[in-house]
Design a protein around this ligand. Structure first.
Ligand SMILES: [Fe+2]
Ligand SMILES: [Fe+2]
Length: 189
């Protein structure tokens, strides 16, 4: 949902609760629990809304670690670039800012993939080809999204940010974890 629409809905809900609360206070008086429950709702609704908003962004968790500092640092950087893209898209900053955030993310992703692939090669990782195919598939999907902007406009960025967030978290927690375990097993790390 677009931020402007979600803010409008929030304002409407708060307005309805506020009016209802005033009326219930007048009708039932301060000794009745219902107006106090409504008052508590009035405080809770924006807090819950803020929580939902912040859920759009990703934060690094220790369980994301693959046990190799260089790769973990890249993944942290990628998550921060995803958040930049998510913010640019969510706040409708316009094509130039959205494209800039996307380019930074894609450039760093390519750089990271090259580094990870070189590391796998160096250690004769047995699933090297399969892993690289996942990387290529992701880059191909992003190129598709970028091409789609010409016909579908801003919504493409929204779908792309969601796709990239899901893909990276899943990839880091699955395929990259396997690489980390393999290399650590070989190097005794
Ligand atoms: Fe990877
Ligand atoms: Fe990775």
């Amino acid at each position: 949902m677009k931020r402007s629409v979600s803010m409008l809905i929030l304002a409407l809900i708060m307005g309805v609760i506020l009016v209802a609360d005033i009326m219930v206070f007048i009708a039932l008086g301060v000794g009745h629990p219902v107006p106090w429950v409504l008052l508590a709702l009035l405080v809770l609704v924006p807090v819950l809304h803020n929580r939902m908003e912040s859920g759009r962004f990703v934060t690094w968790k220790p369980e994301y670690s693959v046990g190799i500092d260089l790769i973990d640092d890249d993944h942290k950087k990628l998550l921060s670039l995803i958040n930049n893209l998510q913010a640019a898209v969510h706040y409708h900053t316009g094509y130039a800012f959205e494209k800039k955030a996307l380019d930074e993310l894609v450039d760093y992703t390519r750089f990271h993939f090259e580094r990870e692939e070189a590391l796998m090669k160096e250690h004769d990782y047995p699933d090297y080809e399969l892993h690289c195919a996942e990387h290529r598939e992701m880059i191909g999907k992003v190129e598709e999204f970028v091409a789609g902007y010409q016909t579908k406009g801003h919504d493409v960025f929204e779908s792309m940010a969601a796709y990239l967030k899901d893909w990276l978290i899943t990839h880091i927690n699955g395929t990259d974890q396997e690489v980390g375990a393999y290399i650590r097993g070989r190097t005794g790390g």
